[in-house]
Design a protein around this ligand. Structure first.
Ligand code: ATP
Ligand code: MG
Ligand code: MG
Ligand code: MG
Length: 572
């Protein structure tokens, strides 16, 4: 590629709406251009990175036995109604009508369509297992689109869907995808961690998220440096680590900061919509038995996905019986009415006694107490927008692991991939069956597997930048190497050497660009440092007279003189 015939358009300043470094740098490097909230044009430089990410994903998916197809962007509402997601998805699902007034969804993901394909194509167990994938545009009308490609409304995802005869088969397919993800993220050259996750509203039995480690990540990860244990915060909190240990609620109560979601009255507390508001609550419960009062601390886990307008309450063992005292009772006993909501977020059902779908606190409380428990109001609050790490670190650090092999640590991550064991949630709803050996119809066991292709760009930059700009890992850099001739249009010597090197590097398979735009060295270097091309070779007359070129890696403090004749082998 010759820079004079490519499109490069860099900016000194990032636009003011760019909050985090990857968004700022992508805008400044001219990789993306904003069209509307969460909607971007992928400019030529950005698109090159996207294509490299896609190529690696495609290669590893194919190697793992997944088969590529391409499903439509615009999908009939009827399919989404079959699984109930037309209603459940709420406003995040983008809906459009055609000229006949028929409803359609713009795909946020494609479980319905692939299940529809499979239910009409798959007849027999002999056709299984199968795994289909596509790399396709998605639209999610995110409540808060932000951070550029990191949380866009329109974005690209690779989504794969496996179909098996039984649970054991599904688990084999799941493991194959898990292993492929490890290969993919390793090839990207990113530092990442796979963590146990909750299935949330999608349902099913097992799930892992893949996170790129970055301090700006939206998610908190809990892991053990001396063992294999790793989970996202929600899954970690649901483990015996906190739940079932009375001291945990008390410790949380001590360390937590009173937050923003404080309610002024019990009535307000009870009317509070659970969706979008709170994911769990810590309670101190007083139990009166024959005149004796004992205090117990409990965590109440609210499960669900705030994006789906549905919350399930999972009562943890021992929490099956309680009630909130009336406002009058609390006033009488304590002189004031606390009513903070808890910061602990979990969606994992552990020791669950009962599940109920509820809309607000009142719904939730109405499973009233028969044994005389009293709510005494050890709660605290936090707006869900705020990071939870500070609150939980106090509790989690120094705690043994769930697996008994060490002490837990916390870091932040960006969710770039997610694998789910779906089971029969979709196949049952859509009547997708196959005929087993005995000729009996049985529901297909499914898994689904996503990678946020465009989010990878943001995540990679959050992990790899300096004060000059982006530092792309080689595998996904827009160009691997830039040739910077000093006076391409003025010096015959420089031009000859540059053209020779360019041709030889291309022949050696190096993704190389020559900056033949005739810029001053300072401006030229600044551009490529901002764009983040990982390797640079400077071709200058002075060096050439001694037979040398200058090589500099993007992270190197200084250039290295390399004999011109050896440069290609030095690079490759
Ligand atoms: P998040 O928790 O960040 O909202 P999600 O759990 O809703 O993501 P999934 O449904 O698991 O996302 O989709 C698979 C992958 O798609 C995610 O792991 C992420 O990498 C990517 N992704 C999801 N939402 C977005 C978005 N708004 N913009 C860019 N990528 C996204
Ligand atoms: Mg989401
Ligand atoms: Mg998520
Ligand atoms: Mg996810």
């Amino acid at each position: 590629m010759r820079a004079s015939r490519f499109f490069i358009s860099t900016l000194k300043e990032a636009p003011s709406d760019a909050e985090i470094v990857s968004h700022k740098l992508m805008m400044r490097a001219g990789m993306i251009k904003r069209l509307g909230s969460g909607i971007y044009t992928y400019m030529p430089l950005g698109l090159r990175v996207i294509r490299k990410v896609e190529a690696i994903v495609r290669e590893e998916m194919n190697k793992a036995g997944a088969i590529e197809l391409l499903m439509p962007l615009v999908q009939p509402a009827e399919l989404w109604q079959e699984t109930g997601r037309w209603d459940k998805m709420g406003p995040e699902l983008m809906r459009v009508k055609d000229r006949h007034g028929r409803d359609f969804a713009i795909q946020p993901t494609s479980e319905e369509v692939i299940t529809d394909v499979v239910r009409s194509e798959i007849k027999s167990y002999r056709q299984l297992p199968l795994n289909f994938y596509h790399i396709q545009t998605k639209f999610r009308d995110e409540r808060r689109p932000r951070f550029g490609l990191m949380r866009g409304r329109e974005f690209t995802m690779k989504d794969a869907y496996s179909f098996d005869r039984d649970v054991a088969g599904m688990q084999v397919s799941y493991q194959a995808m898990f292993d492929a993800y490890v290969k993919i993220f390793t090839r990207f050259g990113l530092q990442f961690r796979a963590v146990a996750a909750d299935n949330g509203a999608i349902g099913g039995t097992g799930s892992h998220e893949f996170h790129v480690i970055a301090s700006t990540g939206e998610d908190a990860l809990v892991y053990c440096p001396t063992s294999d244990y790793a989970a996202n915060m929600e899954a970690a909190e649901a483990l015996p680590l906190l739940v079932g240990r009375a001291a945990a609620a008390e410790a949380l109560a001590k360390t937590a900061t009173p937050g923003k979601t404080k309610c002024e009255s019990v009535a307000e507390f009870l009317g509070l919509p659970l969706a979008r508001t709170v994911k769990s609550i810590a309670l101190t419960v007083e139990k009166e038995s024959e005149g004796e009062v004992t205090k117990e601390n409990w965590l109440l886990l609210l499960r669900g996905d705030h994006e789906l307008n549905e919350v399930k309450v999972s009562k943890v063992a021992g929490l099956s019986n309680f009630r909130f005292a009336s406002e009058a009772e609390i006033l009488e006993a304590y002189g004031s009415v606390p009513g903070y909501l808890g910061p602990v977020a979990t969606k994992q059902p552990v020791n669950v006694v009962a599940d109920r779908t509820v809309a607000n606190m009142a719904d939730f409380v109405c499973g009233a107490n028969e044994e005389g428990f009293h709510y005494t109001g050890v709660n605290w609050g936090r707006d869900l927008q705020e990071p939870v790490v500070a609150d939980l670190r106090n509790v989690v650090e120094g705690d043994a692991s769930p697996d008994g092999k060490g002490v837990l640590a916390i870091e932040r991550g960006i969710e770039v991939g997610h694998v789910f064991q779906l089971g029969t949630a979709y196949s049952a709803a859509m009547n997708a069956t196959y005929l087993d050996e005995k000729g009996q119809p049985a529901p297909l066991q499914m898994g689904c597997y996503g990678i946020g292709v465009t989010r990878i760009l943001g995540a990679a930059i959050e992990q790899n930048f300096d004060d000059k700009g982006i530092v792309w890992p080689d595998a996904i850099a827009p160009f691997e190497l830039v040739l910077c001739p000093m006076g391409y249009d003025r010096s015959e010597l420089v031009k000859l050497e540059t053209d020779r090197l360019y041709a030889e590097l291309q022949a050696a398979g190096v993704d190389v660009i020559v900056d033949d735009r005739g810029l001053r060295p300072g401006a030229m270097f600044a551009d490529w440092e901002l764009v983040g091309v990982p390797h640079r070779v400077v071709i200058g007359e002075r060096g050439l007279k001694e037979g040398n070129l200058e090589y500099q890696g993007r992270r190197d403090a200084e250039a290295t003189a390399v004999p011109a004749a050896e440069m290609v082998s030095f690079i490759t």
